[in-house]
Write a protein that binds this ligand. Structure first.
Ligand code: NAD
Ligand code: MG
Length: 383
């Protein structure tokens, strides 16, 4: 009874956050235990009480039962439950084809919604399937990783990978609603939780001193499993991302807007690509190291205080994350990383583009960073 009492005292009503995109506007709902109430939350925003659920083989046994309860309770018919193998390999054309064929064979029509229950892989794959099936079905995100709750489920980017590279085929397809049930994070492996936290720290740095200081004070508790801290981080991350997306839905602004969400990602993508996408280095881990490098580069360029890189690095390390190249279990060559960065989607006219910081809340895009400066930073970092 004491635990029940504590649970009741800790219980917070779900929070709702609007993403303002004209007729494509939608809400992000953040709370504990949303899966069991999913039907009631979805009914007002969907054209019919008919859905297909796309998930993966790890998430299905853990969280599909609760979602089923929530859907049945509100009289939803689930035409198909489609579980793809867990992992990045499922974000490809063969998985897409199989999802499309199974949902259409099950009778999905234009009023049938596609629900993505899982991490970013399932969200991107199911969202793209929803974007192209019958030229567009209503879509719902039910993210179950921290990364998906704070990042990939919001903003409408969907897609799959090619052998040539990640996310090279896709569509903007906004969901009708996002249900971020923080209870699902309790089953997430700690390493995945920490990796997702890198994007929270990124949002903290982009947002300003308030959220960044909150991260410094609460990040370690969050990655240790503190549910209240997780809920706050999801809400504040989504607030930041929703505001950015509302101003630049399709990433058309070269300088500001969605491009700023790539803080730490030019370095991060290069490290990730060097490791291959087999899970040796998770995206969030690469982004964490990338945040440290972006802050260091900003300081070397005299753009931010000399203290900021140390603050970023020691915060991530305090959360149990790699924050410097030397924290990673392998070595990298400067030439190889430079080569990867020159191939980055953001490169224009041969100049390296980085999102840099003047301080927390003051990110900007620099298109003219001298390659020699980046090279010497990487070398000093032990490459
Ligand atoms: P993921 O979907 O592969 O999930 C990570 C692992 O956790 C998987 O093995 C999954 O089965 C497991 N899992 C998921 N939820 C769980 C839970 N509650 N309990 C236990 N296990 C659980 O990876 P991710 O990190 O969530 O997402 C990465 C993907 O997201 C990448 O493909 C990336 O390109 C994409 N992404 C997209 C956007 C966007 O805007 N669309 C943004 C960032 C990342
Ligand atoms: Mg990212």
């Amino acid at each position: 009874t004491r635990r029940v009492q504590e649970a009741l005292e800790a219980w917070q009503p779900p929070a709702r956050l609007p993403v303002t995109l004209g007729e494509r506007s939608y809400d992000i709902v953040v709370g504990d235990g949303l899966l069991q109430r999913a039907g009631a939350l979805l009914a007002p925003v969907l054209p019919a009480r008919r859905v297909v659920v796309v998930t993966d083989g790890t998430v299905a046994p853990l969280h599909l039962p609760a979602l089923r309860v929530g859907l049945e309770e509100a009289g939803f018919a689930t035409l198909a439950e489609i579980a793809v193998p867990p992992g990045e390999a499922s974000k490809d054309f063969s998985a897409l084809q199989s999802v499309l064929e199974r949902m259409l064979a099950a009778g999905a029509d234009r009023r049938t919604a596609v629900i993505a229950l899982g991490g970013g892989v399932v969200g991107d794959l199911a969202g793209f399937a929803a974007a192209v099936a019958l030229r567009g079905l209503p879509f719902v995100q039910v993210p179950t990783t921290l990364l998906a709750q704070v990042d990939s489920s919001v903003g409408g980017k969907t897609g799959v990978n090619l052998a040539l590279g990640k996310n090279l085929v896709g569509a903007f397809h906004q969901p009708r609603i996002v249900l971020a049930d923080t209870a699902t994070l309790r089953t997430l492996p700690p390493r995945e939780l920490r990796a997702g936290y890198a994007e929270v720290a990124k949002h903290g740095l982009l947002s300003g001193e308030t959220l960044w200081r909150w991260c410094e004070g609460n990040g370690a508790a969050l990655v240790a499993g503190d549910a209240a801290a997780q809920a706050h981080a999801v809400l504040e991350s989504c607030r930041l991302k929703a505001a950015v997306v509302a101003g630049d839905e399709r990433e058309e602004s070269a300088e500001g807007g969605r491009a700023l969400l790539n803080l730490g990602h030019t370095f991060g993508h290069a490290l990730e690509a060097e490791c291959g996408y087999g899970g040796t280095l998770l995206h969030g881990e690469a982004v964490g190291v990338g945040l440290g490098l972006a802050a260091s580069l900003s300081a070397r360029l005299g753009q931010c205080s000399q203290e900021l890189p140390g603050r970023v690095i020691s915060h991530l390390q305090a959360c149990g994350m790699p924050a410097r190249i030397r924290d990673l279990p392998r070595t990298f060559s400067t030439a190889a990383l430079m080569g990867r960065m020159r191939k980055d989607k953001k490169v224009r006219d041969g100049n390296l583009r980085f999102v840099l910081l003047r301080g927390p809340g003051e990110a900007y895009t620099a298109g003219d960073v001298p390659p020699a400066m980046v090279e010497s930073l990487l070398r000093d970092e032990g490459c």
